[in-house]
Ligand binder design. Sequence first.
Ligand code: ADP
Ligand code: MG
Length: 363
Amino acid sequence: MIEIKNLRKEYDSVTPLEDVSMVVNDGDVISVIGPSGTGKSTLIRCINLLEKPTGGQIIFNGEDITAKGYDARKVRRRIGMVFQSFNLFGHLTVIENLMLAPMDLLKKSKQGAYDTGMEYLRRVGLANKALAYPDELSGGQKQRVAIARTLCMEPEVILLDEPTSALDPAMVSEVQAVIRALSKSGKTMMIVTHEMNFARAISNRVLFMDEGGIYEEGTPDEIFDDPKKEKTRRFIRRLKVFEARIDSREYDFIELGAELDRYLLQNDVAPSEKYRIRLAIEEMVQQILLPHFDEPRIHVTVEYSEQDKHSIVTVSYGGEPFDIRETDNDLSLSVLKNMAGRIRYDPVYGDEEPNRVEIQISR
Ligand code: ADP
Ligand code: MG
C-alpha cells in the first residue's frame, strides 16, 4: 500500500503538485489522465523518487520513503517504472538487457537472472527474440522488452508513463495487450495514458489531474460516463468528439489527418472504419466543398460512439445553401455514398454555418 500525504513538488517556475493526498491499495490499477503539463509524470516520478518531493510524505508499506537519508535505490527495486522511451542498451542482446539489473541490484546468479529473464520474455511473447539486439526489434517489441525488464526485478508496484505514446499507431495494440494481461495478474499499477478506452478496460480507478493535483477521481464509469466537475467533463467531451475548423484554402490537411488519427486511435476505432471516416472527410471537404466555395467556412466534427454501431461525421459550412448531393463531382459523390450508411442534408437557416451534412459510417 502506498499512502501519499500532502505531496508537493515545486520547480523554480511552476508547482505541478500543490497538495496531493491519496492511497494506492494493493492490486489497484489506477489510470492517470488529464491535459498535458498537469503533473501526471511528476506524480508518478515522485512515487519512485525519480523526483524528490518538496513537501509531504509517501509511505510505502509502512515506511516513509521521503524521509531524509532514505535510499532511493531501495524504492526503485520495489517500484518499477516503464517509460515512453524504452532505454534499452543497444550493445546488449535482449536477454542481456533483462539480466543486468537483477544481477547487479538483486545479486542474482547468472543462471537465475537468465531463467527469470526468459520467463518474462515468454510472458510478453518475445522468447524467440532473446538473442536479438534492440535494433532488430520494432518499437512495439522494444517496449514489450522494456516491460519484461521491469518485471524481472519483480517489483511490487509498476508505474507506466505513457507507455504507448512514442509508438507507431500499428504497434500500440500489442503493447496494450501486454499491459492488459499484467493488469489482470493482480499487480499494483499506476499508468499515465491518453488512451481512454484502454484506461477504461484495465483500471479500477481513474484520476483526472488538473489545478495542481487530483481534480476528480472515480471509477472508470464515473469518470468517463458521468464526470461531476466542469474541467473533467470538458476534457472527456473533447476526447469523445473530434473537431476541426477549415477557414482557408491553404488549410493544413496533413495536420488535420494526423490529429484525426490520434483521436481515432484513442477510441480504438477499427482500421477499416478509420479509413472510411478519413476518406469521407476528404471527399466532402477537399473534393466537393473547397472547389465550390472561394471563402470556405467549414466545421467538421466526428463522433465515435462505442454503443451505436456507427460513427457520425458532421460537416457544417457557411455560404449559400448547397446540398453536396447536387455536386457535379460525381466521382467524389459516389465514393461518399459508398462510405456512408446514410447521408443527410439539413439547411439550418439563419445559422452562421447554415449548411449541415451528416453522414453515418457503419462498422
Ligand atoms: P504531464 O506529465 O501531466 O504532462 P509533467 O509532470 O511532465 O506534466 O509537468 C508538469 C509541469 O512541471 C510542467 O509545467 C512542466 O513544464 C514542469 N516540469 C516538469 N519537469 C520539470 C523539471 N525537471 N524542471 C522544471 N519544470 C519541470
Ligand atoms: Mg507526462
